[in-house]
Design a protein around this ligand. Structure first.
Ligand code: ADQ
Length: 412
């Protein structure tokens, strides 16, 4: 039931806006990687220009009764641009990434201006209380806002800030897990595992996902556990993304080198420790892979939420579930407290947790899984949507209020 309107971007917009400010400036900065963030005036200009274009394009499509929900860091100034075009509707914004600590955000030229543009929204949502608090810190200390009882006041506007952790479409994933394709995939994986325990990782190839650290932690496990090591293998699925950005080309190269080196150093004629695969898979195939895995390694260095962790939980056999090893720096760690939580920077911690997961008795696996599954099922993507839209438009029919509001206020 969704109608989409798309627009084309000029090559310059793709360079400066999408590959530039969105993916070479904000993405690394929001993931605490100021060493990778590139601050170029052209990027910032392209970002602003493109958001103005989005506003010009979408403005005529907005009815007086509509609520508007803007998604993610590509479109931070869009609400403000809509306001400048006379839009009086309720406008919400949801950030899918972390929000960085104030001292890191200060490295971005004109950061305060960007944050003040967000005062145009009525509701801003974050995955966790930590990201929300970091936003408040900046808004209060750098932009002169005040914060009380969930409401930020700044530049004459009031903005409701909410935590709204995104979930997966759990019912869809449960159905996918029961599909023929998933069952076939799980059977193929079990056969090819040949009695060994499969450890799985599924991530976009991105430096925020902690893949190098994961490989090194796994290697440490191989070295420290000579008896158990040939009883496991790691399947890492990592389809390339944002391949035109240099930092992504670099991580791709270094992972190829690292997996090659580890396999070269440890493989035997009948066993390869890492199966490293660079392609995307259908969702039913992924569901089968999750189901066949004994352990999932979800160890980002920083992640807004991380849906792979939730997909893995949903795909498990309730009678004999696998173990989720989860970075404490993923937003998901706030909800999935029964995962084995690790510091992804520590190879020792990763190695120890693999060992613990392999030895974990079935009752403990079931108990931990039940608690996590309850969260994944209850706080699914429908719950997330409802939580946000309830804050944005409340329980009432928004059309009545908004019409009066808009016609009495008039357009500038
Ligand atoms: P992402 O950084 O893309 O999302 P994530 O939440 O893990 O990270 O979602 C990835 C999705 O891609 C999952 O649904 C996964 O199944 C799918 N995927 C990954 N590898 C795949 C493969 N090889 N084949 C097919 N599908 C694959 C951003 C933020 C996250 C936040 C989400 C949602 O960075 O922190 O959880 O948005 O808000």
């Amino acid at each position: 039931g969704v109608t989409t309107a798309t627009i084309d971007l000029e090559e310059q917009d793709v360079d400066e806006y999408y590959n530039g400010f969105a993916n070479r400036t904000l993405w690394p900065l929001f993931h605490y990687r100021i060493d990778l963030a590139e601050y170029e005036r052209d990027f910032a200009g392209g970002y602003q220009r493109t958001n103005e274009r989005f506003a010009d394009t979408v403005r005529p499509l907005i009815d007086v009764a509509d609520a508007i929900w803007v998604q993610d860091y590509h479109m931070i100034p869009l609400g403000d641009e809509l306001r400048k075009r006379g839009c009086k509707n309720r406008i919400g914004f949801f950030l899918h990434t972390p929000w960085p600590p104030r001292r890191l955000l200060l490295t971005l030229p004109n950061a305060a201006e960007l944050v003040r543009s967000m005062f145009a929204y009525d509701v801003i949502g974050f995955h966790t209380a930590e990201w929300l608090q970091a936003f408040v810190d900046f808004a209060v200390l750098e932009c002169g806002a005040t914060f009380d009882d969930g409401v930020l006041s700044g530049d004459g506007r009031e903005i409701q800030l909410i935590t709204c952790p995104i979930g997966i479409d759990c019912n869809e994933l449960l159905a996918l897990t029961q599909s023929e394709n998933a069952k076939r995939t799980a059977a193929v994986m079990r056969e090819s595992a040949n009695g060994r325990a499969m450890i799985v990782g599924v991530d976009r190839l991105d430096y925020s996902k902690g893949l190098e650290e994961r490989f090194l932690g796994y290697e440490r496990f191989l070295i420290e556990n000579p008896k158990e090591r040939k009883e496991v293998f790691l399947l890492q699925i990592a389809p390339p993304s944002r391949g035109t950005v240099e930092s992504y080309q670099r991580i791709r190269g270094s992972l190829e080198a690292l997996s090659g080196r580890i396999n070269g150093a440890h493989a035997d004629i009948d066993w390869v420790p890492i199966r490293y695969v660079n392609q995307g898979y259908r969702r039913d195939v992924l569901a089968g892979v999750y189901r066949a895995a004994r352990i999932a390694l979800v160890t980002p260095l920083r992640d807004g939420m991380n849906l792979v962790a939730k997909e893995f939980v949903a795909a498990q056999d309730p009678e004999d579930p696998g173990v989720l090893i989860l970075s404490r720096f993923a937003g998901a760690a706030a909800q999935l407290t029964e995962a084995l939580q690790v510091n992804p920077h520590s190879a020792e911690d990763l190695s120890d947790s693999i060992r613990t997961a392999l030895a974990m008795p079935r009752e403990e696996r079931v108990a931990r899984w039940r608690s996590m599954f309850q969260n994944v099922r209850e706080q699914d993507v429908v719950w997330w949507r409802r939580r946000f839209t309830n804050a944005l438009i409340g329980e009432t029919d928004p059309s009545a209020d908004r019409e009066t509001e808009q016609s009495s206020a008039g357009a500038p």
